[in-house]
Design a protein around this ligand. Structure first.
Ligand code: ZN
Ligand code: ZN
Ligand code: ZN
Ligand code: ZN
Length: 353
């Protein structure tokens, strides 16, 4: 950081050098993508629902622990997974694995839909969420400082307030956390099920990819702000943004196709083309996506490399992918290029995986 700070000062006009901000302020002003790689703490492609749930579950684990401590009960075989002196054998004390795993009869592979919908008599999230003997009486009193995802507002000196969801440390009671887990359980079980089921389907498409087929994965990468290197003037956050639309085309390797250095893991007979489109259009609308897809298809046609079947995967963004206009587009593509098109949607927030 001292080096980056110095480098920034060096490039400032002479009259500004003297009043340059301190290293602390400089660090505070930096947008996260200007941090050195080792210092970055934001991970781009984590599903916000899964991350929120995982952190909540972790908080639950921390707050409930003291409830299961007891001096009297150091006897017999202890089955409780929470406290080493708790003799309780209830579902909440003896559950194995994470809440999402334990709340259905079988998790590996895929659970039965009845379990996911909580219609099954043999499983469920409810009994896992509170130990009646150890936790129930202390629900409102047991509390601890835990990390949780919360909506917060951020502001950098002289710039607009940014609304975001980030982990913050809060003092929470056991009942707060249990209530939130209970409220989100149904949504999360289904979200997790769909995400895994759709991921299975996607991998199935890749594993069974035919010679005449291609699987395309497409998405908008959020508006990137373009910075001049180390520029830290007042208009820092108001520089023009760009839109990046990326399309990955998975296909069979062609005979004699040169094998470049591979940085992703795919079966040896497959390869993946990356098409990236950069534009100053920030609407993320269907039109831009369609234009990009047409350009790829045209290029492939010119080279005589059009496949017979296309399996397209995108997220379900209602503004640019999941809308009626796309049906017309698919029909147009099918007619123009003489291909069969499937459009598949990843579970929301899982398109980048
Ligand atoms: Zn998720
Ligand atoms: Zn226990
Ligand atoms: Zn079940
Ligand atoms: Zn118990």
């Amino acid at each position: 950081m001292p080096k980056v700070h110095q480098k920034w000062i060096n490039q400032l006009p002479l009259h500004m050098k003297e009043h340059a901000v301190s290293q602390t302020k400089f660090r505070e002003w930096l947008p996260f993508n200007m941090y050195l790689a080792a210092m970055r703490h934001r991970i781009g492609c984590v599903c916000v629902h899964h991350a929120t749930w995982a952190m909540l579950e972790q908080a639950y684990g921390i707050i409930r622990k003291p409830c299961h401590r007891s001096k009297k009960e150091r006897v017999g075989t202890i089955q409780c997974a929470v406290g080493i002196t708790c003799n309780c054998t209830c579902d909440a004390c003896t559950r194995q694995g994470t809440l999402l795993e334990a709340a259905v009869c079988t998790y590996r592979g895929l659970p039965r839909l009845a379990c996911v919908l909580q219609h099954c008599d043999d499983c469920g999230m409810k009994p896992l969420l509170t130990c009646d003997s150890k936790e129930r009486p202390k629900m409102k009193h047991c509390h601890s400082k835990v990390r949780r995802y919360m909506p917060i507002e951020k502001q950098f000196a002289g710039h607009k307030v940014i609304k975001t969801v980030e982990p913050v440390t809060r003092d929470c009671t056991l009942s707060d956390v249990v209530e939130e887990l209970a409220n989100n359980a149904q949504f999360m079980l289904m979200h997790d099920y769909l995400a895994r089921r759709l991921a299975h389907m996607f991998h199935h498409h890749i594993d069974n990819l035919g010679r005449e087929e291609e699987v395309w994965v497409m998405d908008y990468i959020e508006n990137f702000t373009c910075f001049e290197e180390y520029a830290l003037q007042q208009d820092h956050y108001s520089h023009n943004q760009v839109t990046i639309f990326v399309v990955l085309c998975f296909r069979h390797r062609r005979p004699n196709e040169e094998v470049k250095k591979v940085t992703y893991s795919l079966p040896a007979h497959l390869t993946c083309e990356l098409h990236a489109f950069i534009s100053d259009d920030q609407n993320h609308d269907a039109g831009f996506a369609q234009l990009c897809l047409h350009m790829i298809l045209q290029t492939k046609r010119e080279r005589g490399e059009l496949p017979l079947r296309l399996k397209w995967w995108s997220d379900g963004g209602p503004a640019h992918f999941k809308l009626l206009q796309q049906l017309l587009f698919i029909a147009t593509v099918a007619m123009t290029y003489n291909v069969v098109v499937w459009w598949c949607f990843f579970q929301s927030c899982h398109g980048e995986r």
